[in-house]
Design a protein around this ligand. Sequence first.
Ligand SMILES: Nc1ncnc2c1ncn2[C@@H]1O[C@H](COP(=O)(O)OP(=O)(O)OP(=O)(O)O)[C@@H](O)[C@H]1O
Ligand SMILES: [Mg+2]
Length: 281
Amino acid sequence: MPIKINHLSYTYMKKTPNEVKALDDVSLEIPDKKITAIIGHTGSGKSTLIQTLNGLLTPTEGTVEVGDFVITNNPKKNKKIKELRKHISIVFQFPEYQLFDETVEKDVAFGPKNYGFKEEEALKKAHEALAKVGIDESFYKRSPFELSGGEKRRVAIAGIIAIDPDILILDEPTAGLDPHGSNIILNLISELNKSGKTIIIVTHDMNIVMNYSDHVIVLSDGKLAFEGVSSDLFNGDVSNYSIEIPKLFQFCKLLEEKGAKIEISKIRTIDDLFNQLKERK
Ligand SMILES: Nc1ncnc2c1ncn2[C@@H]1O[C@H](COP(=O)(O)OP(=O)(O)OP(=O)(O)O)[C@@H](O)[C@H]1O
Ligand SMILES: [Mg+2]
């Protein structure tokens, strides 16, 4: 299901003295079955944008098209939003907002149960999803509210995986995770994508953008500032976006300047660089 956003604006607390225009005439496309990274400075509108994608926030102006679903500012036209949410799920920036049940396994089983699976099947799906995020059986009966920040985040991600949507949106999924926890999530994201899922990931980490994304969207003050591939972003003028160019990209540029014949646009990891250098000897 490709996503098409047309002239989308979103204003919080419209027509009050506190109104904030969080998105301002944004038009873009999110390709199907790819990994898209959404980046931009704090307050640039990233979390607002993703919440418009499954109808949690309805556009102030413009439209959001997800496959055949169209979300507009006319509530009468947004009847199929419950159906849409089977296909597109969000893991929020702050997992505490998402967790609510008394045990970890019940929390993760809630989604499948809500979509019609029997208790036993829903629990089975929950256990499978928890295993995928590296949460073992000893956590099943614990309260999700008594977990560490990183554990909460992983349980919240499992809650989405258990629903098996076509599109998974993850708002800063590695924030607060140690390198081990972070790698589990990033490998999982990569695996989910290989199995045909569309992934949208909000992040401040440019290494994730370089290593994993097929498509990058940069927001700045609620406006679309860049849309394209990461190598074009890092090659261009990034002085306005407060982003740090990954060391690997900088190193590749240096090699290129010194005469190494490498194709930077095809390099995501050190292995890719190594293989290119090996082939060219
Ligand atoms: N519930 C809300 N009520 C009023 N204003 C809000 C609300 N949520 C966000 N905003 C404002 O909308 C703008 C965009 O916020 P948003 O949360 O989308 O930014 P973000 O890019 O996700 O930032 P961060 O990187 O800090 O998570 C900001 O100016 C923010 O203060
Ligand atoms: Mg945010």
